[in-house]
Design a binder for this molecule. Structure first.
Ligand SMILES: [Fe+2]
Ligand SMILES: [Fe+2]
Length: 183
């Protein structure tokens, strides 16, 4: 996904979001989840696009900052809606993976299935912002990490200035390590 497509998608999701003004579940959080998800995906040797998009979508449809068990399924519905109208261009199986991760993220157990486990972990290591210490037993991919994402996420909330910064991390993670001609 190119930078212009991603920027347009951010605008579409923000236009549909029900909790843009939320301090703990709004865009400041989405950026952190996307950023960490891209990093974990890279360390797992997995494609980074679904974790990037999970960060953007997963909490976009919350109705409040408290008890809202339907917000995951509604985020999944938004994924399908924007895919249906052309705002989100994502091939299978990535589309199904993104839909499922959004739908189940509030209640899913740790899993070896990727990218689901990456998405869950990216959200869970960002619990510091609501004064919860992330618990390793609820994480899925820790055995693949070379970065301590729990500690990296600790001061992260509120420090990512723009989606451009997140996209740059995604673009850097997607670049081949040895570009053609660079032996
Ligand atoms: Fe959520
Ligand atoms: Fe979240």
């Amino acid at each position: 996904m190119g930078p212009d497509d991603f920027r347009e998608l951010v605008d579409l999701v923000e236009a549909r979001s029900t909790n843009l003004s939320s301090a703990c579940h709004g865009p400041e959080h989405w950026k952190c989840v996307a950023f960490v998800g891209v990093g974990i995906a890279q360390e797992c040797g997995h494609d980074t696009l679904v974790p990037l998009l999970f960060g953007l979508f997963h909490d976009a449809m919350r109705m409040n900052d408290h008890f809202d068990p339907g917000h995951g399924p509604r985020a999944g519905e938004l994924v399908l809606e924007l895919a249906g109208t052309g705002g989100l261009s994502l091939a299978e199986p990535a589309l199904a993976d993104l839909f499922e991760a959004c739908k189940v993220h509030t209640r899913a157990d740790p899993t070896e299935r990727l990218p689901l486990g990456i998405c869950l972990d990216a959200d869970r290591v960002n619990l510091w912002r609501v004064s919860i210490r992330p618990q390793p037993r609820y994480l899925s991919t820790r055995q693949n990490w070379t970065t301590d994402w729990i500690e990296l996420a600790r001061p992260l909330h509120g420090t990512i200035d723009s989606w451009d910064e997140v996209y740059e991390a995604y673009a850097a993670a997607s670049r081949p390590l040895h570009p053609e001609g660079d032996k």
